[in-house]
Design a protein around this ligand. Structure first.
Ligand SMILES: [Zn+2]
Length: 375
């Protein structure tokens, strides 16, 4: 960098409209470019660099640096001038400099495009997703479900090693739960599988197929209601068509990216083209909470412990702590808050029933803040 007061180049200074020439040096002083006479050290001209004109380099032709007052400094030291000009541009090559080069109208246009994209994402995309879900023929979820299960069976899952008695016990409970769900028991199928590396997990496919891993059953240690609570949650995902929504959302976002960037990452392509990709989509927080509440309702309707799924989250936290790995914790975050919401909802539903059935032995007004008793 050229320091203040330093010499830029040696040459001659010419007053405005005059052929007279004075031996001088071009110097930097106090942010100004100054032409200083060699003989008397006299300041012939001074100006801010922005207000001066530096002639471009053309072979070995002397460079002319014109001051605003019309006087000019001439030098054959092209390299020195180039060095100075380069340093000065380097100093200004920050954001402001680029803004100057960039057409302001282009920035406004880019801003409008981003605003439009944000608007589509925020308002149009959810509406389009809802429309797509409405217009999806029933055969599509069926095809998605069977395709995904086939892919999983080929790659990840293996046949269940659960004893027949366990399967029957869980299967019977599941029937009573599904009977209370939208579409009735016929709309849902429970599939037992060894989860392999996905560990203790349960998930639902858009066609109403639920997959329960042996590892989750082991984790429940005979607490059937806990397992059914998780299955109720998965039924909730199917009822509300959450996976179909997520898929359309991903497709819509991919479309947006394509519109803006003209390209879709291969990861997004994978999600859209591979059956197994369905599982890579995690549900939104709102969807998870909806499914949790649905579990409470279904368990309650089936005469089971409505808050059983809260115990499941508690168990997961005990075992895995914060590092859920491939377990349900990684796809189902924020378990402490969810547990609280589940217990609150359960308490709320019980409060409503108590009022409906007339006076109860419990003290009126005490239900609100009271924690529900654990069975
Ligand atoms: Zn879920």
């Amino acid at each position: 960098m050229v320091s203040e007061g330093s010499v830029i180049a040696r040459g001659e200074w010419h007053p405005a409209n005059s052929s007279r020439s004075v031996a001088a040096t071009l110097q930097l002083a106090g942010g100004l470019v100054v032409a200083v006479g060699d003989a008397a050290g006299e300041r012939h001209a001074a100006a801010e660099p922005e207000k001066m004109t530096f002639s471009p380099r053309v072979g070995s032709i002397p460079r002319r640096i014109v001051f605003p007052d019309g006087s000019l400094f001439e030098t054959r030291d092209n390299d020195a001038i180039d060095a100075y000009v380069e340093k000065r541009q380097g100093r200004r090559s920050g954001f402001v400099h680029r803004m100057e080069e960039f057409h302001p109208r282009l920035i406004v246009f880019a801003g409008l495009v981003m605003l439009l994209a944000a608007g589509i994402y925020r308002y149009a995309l959810p509406a389009l997703v809802e429309l797509a879900v409405l217009l999806t023929p029933p055969v599509v979820p069926d095809w998605m479900g069977s395709g995904t299960l086939a892919t999983l069976d080929r790659t990840t899952l293996s046949p269940s090693k659960l004893p027949e008695a366990d399967r029957r016990r869980i299967g019977d409970g599941f029937e009573t739960l599904a009977a209370k769900a939208e579409g009735g028991a016929g709309a849902y199928t429970l599939n037992f599988r060894d989860g392999g590396y996905i560990g203790p997990n349960a998930f639902a496919l858009p066609d109403g197929s639920l997959i329960l891993t042996d590892q989750l059953v082991e984790l429940a240690k005979g607490d059937t209601d806990m397992i059914l609570g998780v299955l109720g949650h998965e039924i909730g995902h199917v009822e509300r068509k959450h996976s179909l929504r997520q898929l359309y959302r991903a497709a819509g976002i991919a479309g947006l990216i394509m519109l803006i960037a003209g390209d879709v990452g291969s990861g997004v392509e994978d999600i859209l083209t591979q059956g197994g990709g369905l599982l890579a989509l995690s549900y939104s927080r709102a969807a998870e909470s909806e499914a949790d509440m649905r579990s409470v309702e279904l368990m309650r309707a089936a005469g089971r412990d409505p808050a059983a799924i809260a115990r499941f989250f508690e168990r997961l936290e005990e075992i895995y702590g914060d590092h859920g790995g491939n377990s349900m914790l990684s796809t189902h975050p924020d378990t402490p808050e969810r547990r609280r919401a589940i217990l609150d909802y359960d308490a709320k539903l019980r409060g409503v029933t108590v009022e409906k059935n007339g006076p109860d032995t419990s003290t009126p007004g005490a239900e609100g803040g009271r924690q529900p008793a654990k069975p």
